[in-house]
Write a protein that binds this ligand. Structure first.
Ligand code: SAM
Ligand code: SF4
Length: 329
């Protein structure tokens, strides 16, 4: 098991496949991009699958989510998914993506064993997309969503981050669009994880504001059927259901007490939290010829020291050195 000293057990592994990205979302990266990890430092598909196998067969990992950076930039994604799906016990396999290039790969990903998908979509206006993601790719993302649904990657989930003065007036249109197409929308509060350290608490659009905007157009009611458990999203039934909307209040209502996640970066470092200030190096063990048991022990030790909370609301909070795109969101 991957247990920490506060009684939490990590069963959900987030694997970052690359720190690279083909968009430049303003809440994540500067317009010029970042210094990407040098290729030799990035784990090979073989190394990634070995670590996932150790997690699944020896450490109680039950869910594997591939993310990044942009995970679709890894050409061998289908093969990594297929090899993950062949493990016993077979973990639940999901993907978080910006959708660029998904339309032509959705069926192959599904066939490889992908169970679920989250596609990020922050705006329905092409000019706002250009400003926010600094690329003109809105049609690709909308095509990605319909291809994912057609491939049976359902329910298709949509992640949206609202930024003040940019897309904070789009909560209602985004939900209307998702309801019309049968996608499940979740709003995520903007977190201090951008590479350029531009996050300002006063500018963050809070979960309470999102709820208020949505309530003006939709009847939102408590979703008593879906227990929140370790899931970060608080979900609400829309107009009596069965459609739902989620709000992830990572900053204003942290859910660290029930967190069940652990993260593996593209360069083989285990992080026990998005906001952790230290990492444990599994790559050097992998490449140094260590046996599975030694890797599992280092991984357990990394999770054991997980702090009780992310501390964003403490005066002493320090943003982690790595940005979200390099940790794996
Ligand atoms: N590139 C993929 C994508 O955009 O879906 C996967 C990686 S991205 C880092 C994962 C998720 O994190 C996306 O839904 C994105 O909107 C979200 N995200 C990125 N930076 C964020 C921030 N500062 N605060 C909150 N969410 C953020
Ligand atoms: Fe790329 Fe995802 Fe970051 Fe946007 S949020 S820049 S798509 S990694």
């Amino acid at each position: 098991m991957l247990a920490d000293s506060f009684g939490r057990v990590a069963t959900d592994l987030r694997v970052s496949l690359t720190d690279r990205c083909n968009l430049r979302c303003a809440y994540c990266m500067p317009p010029e991009g970042l210094d990407w990890l040098p290729a030799p430092q990035v784990l090979t598909g073989e190394e990634i699958v070995r670590l996932i196998r150790i997690g699944v067969t020896s450490l109680g990992i039950r869910e594997v989510r591939f993310t990044g950076g942009e995970p679709l930039l890894r050409r061998e994604l289908e093969s990594i998914i297929a090899r993950t799906a062949a493990l016993t016990p077979r973990p639940d396999i999901s993907l978080t993506t910006n959708g660029i290039g998904l339309a032509r790969r959705a069926v192959a990903l599904r066939e490889a064993g992908l169970d679920r998908i989250n596609v990020s979509l922050d705006t329905l206006r092409p000019e706002v997309f250009r400003k926010l993601a600094r690329r003109d790719r809105l049609p690709d993302v909308l095509d990605a969503l319909s291809a994912a649904a057609a491939a049976g990657l359902t329910p298709v989930k949509v992640n949206a981050v609202l930024m003040r003065g940019i897309n904070d007036d789009e909560a209602v249109p985004l939900l209307a669009y998702c309801l019309e197409h049968g996608y499940e929308l979740r709003f995520i509060e903007q977190m201090p994880l951008d590479a350029q350290h531009g996050w300002k608490r006063a500018e963050m659009v809070t979960a309470a504001e999102v709820f208020e905007s949505l309530s003006a157009a939709f009847a939102l009611s408590e979703d008593s059927e879906r227990a929140r458990g370790a899931a970060p999203a608080e979900t609400f039934l829309v107009n009596g259901g069965p459609a739902r909307v989620g709000v992830i209040a990572s900053v204003t209502r942290p859910f660290c007490g029930s967190c069940d996640r652990v993260r593996l970066t593209a360069d083989g470092q285990v992080r026990n939290c998005l906001f952790a200030r230290s990492e444990s190096d599994l790559r050097s063990l992998l490449r140094g010829g260590a046996p599975d048991e030694e890797i599992a022990e280092r991984w357990q030790a990394a999770v054991a020291v997980k702090l009780p909370g992310h501390g964003i609301n403490d005066p002493s909070f320090l943003q982690p050195d790595r940005p979200m795109s390099a940790i794996g969101g």
